[in-house]
Design a protein around this ligand. Structure first.
Ligand SMILES: [Zn+2]
Length: 397
């Protein structure tokens, strides 16, 4: 059965197409043809794509257990929270999200969405491959003896990549520097050897998975680039000499602006150590990012949102922060949250654009956010459609 939105202004992921008749059947857009404007003031844009989220926290703020929640909560209960996070992010227009520290729980939820067990957004799940005492490992306090897996040699890296492939992960996450919210490390710590990173990237690519590299330092960015990572996460320490290669190789970079700002401000009673690390990490960030963006570095929407620091819907604020820091136009910024984010995930032939043959993921909004991002607010989101089904709100008659 074909569903129709007749006579609504459409922005297709790169340009305005005027008023169109938008028809879709199941998860496929069947037609985008010119039509008389019947829904003045409303518009359709592609669903937003957040390339960097984390869904393994409790959706109940202050639910107790603190940092240990992912460790002490049974997987069955965690899965319900992962579903709830995904649906809440989706209700603000995010129809695709990539979890960059997935466990088998996120992979299972992603599969359930894909199979239509539950109507939900597209969830991509990347399995982490990091070292003992690395950024990923140090989210788990040392006193816990049952810990998420780590890999401490090239062979162990290959094995862990293969285990993630067997679970059904769609990507791999690596770390080439220390981190901010990890407990007990320094941002400047090297994470893994070149040989370990090279083995992980080689194995992931052999098994058809993209590799996202957490890198805060210039050294970490060098390692990630030289060893063939497919995207950079954070990249707060990027320096001028790296810009040319980033542009030439079109490496997607997730800037995660708001979370680092929030941690630096001490939000959510973050400890003094994390706060100091964040302050140091972002000290020179904004001018470096602006230079990189103006030179053509491919920043895409990637927030690190987990519902606590960057909350559900924080993607809308992140886009506005990207526009301000990068000196971009409203439309260029929205490209980074739709079509270019899809391209960066290798899914640009199916997601991030609204045209015949693309997936039926879109948002009906009041306003023209490609002309004015200030109009992309929760109150102005009228309906969110994912895989052709209304996930939240109501389509106009
Ligand atoms: Zn992250």
């Amino acid at each position: 059965m074909t569903r129709i939105l007749d006579g609504i202004t459409l922005w297709d992921g790169s340009a305005e197409r005027g008023a169109v008749r938008l028809g879709w059947s199941g998860d496929r857009i069947e037609e985008v043809v010119p039509a008389d404007d019947r829904h003045q003031g409303l518009a359709v844009i592609p669903g937003l794509i957040d390339t960097h989220v984390h869904l393994d926290t409790s959706v109940l703020d202050g639910a107790g257990a603190g940092d240990a929640w992912p460790l002490v909560t049974p997987d069955a209960e965690k899965a319900v929270h992962v579903v709830a996070h995904a649906l809440r992010f989706a209700s603000f227009g995010v129809t695709t999200m990539r979890d960059l520290a997935a466990s088998p729980v996120q992979i299972s939820v992603a599969r359930a969405f894909e199979q239509g067990v539950v109507d939900g957004p597209r969830l991509l799940a990347s399995g982490p491959v990091g070292m003992t005492a690395g950024h990923g490992d140090l989210f788990t306090p040392p006193r816990f003896r049952e810990r998420p897996p780590v890999a401490d040699s090239p062979d162990e890296c290959r094995r862990l990549v293969r285990q993630w492939a067997r679970e059904g992960a769609t990507g791999i996450k690596i770390y080439t520097s220390g981190g901010i919210l990890s407990m007990g490390d320094r941002v400047g710590w090297r994470n893994q050897t070149r040989a370990e990173i090279a083995a992980t990237v080689d194995e992931a690519h052999a098994l058809g998975m993209l590799v996202a590299a957490h890198a805060h330092t210039a050294e970490g960015i060098d390692i990630a680039m030289e060893e063939g990572a497919d995207s950079l996460e954070h990249a707060t320490g990027v320096v001028s000499r790296q810009v040319e290669a980033l542009v030439a190789r079109r490496i997607p970079v997730a800037p995660t602006l708001l979370i680092n700002d929030l941690v630096a401000q001490g939000a959510h009673s973050v400890g003094p150590d994390a706060r100091a690390k964040a302050r140091e990490a972002i000290a020179g960030r904004d001018p470096a990012f602006r230079e990189a963006a103006q030179a053509g570095v491919r920043f895409v929407l990637g927030t690190d949102a987990n519902g606590r620091f960057v909350q559900h819907g924080g993607q809308l604020d992140e886009l506005r922060a990207m526009k301000a820091v990068f000196g971009w136009s409203d439309e260029r910024t929205l490209v980074a949250g739709t079509s270019d984010a899809a391209d960066g995930l290798g899914l640009g032939n199916r997601l991030g654009r609204l045209d015949e043959g693309f997936a039926a993921d879109f948002v009906v909004v009041r306003g023209r956010p490609w002309l004015d991002l200030a109009e992309l607010t929760p109150e102005r989101i009228v309906a969110v459609v994912s895989r052709g089904k209304v996930l939240s709100g109501r389509l106009p008659d």
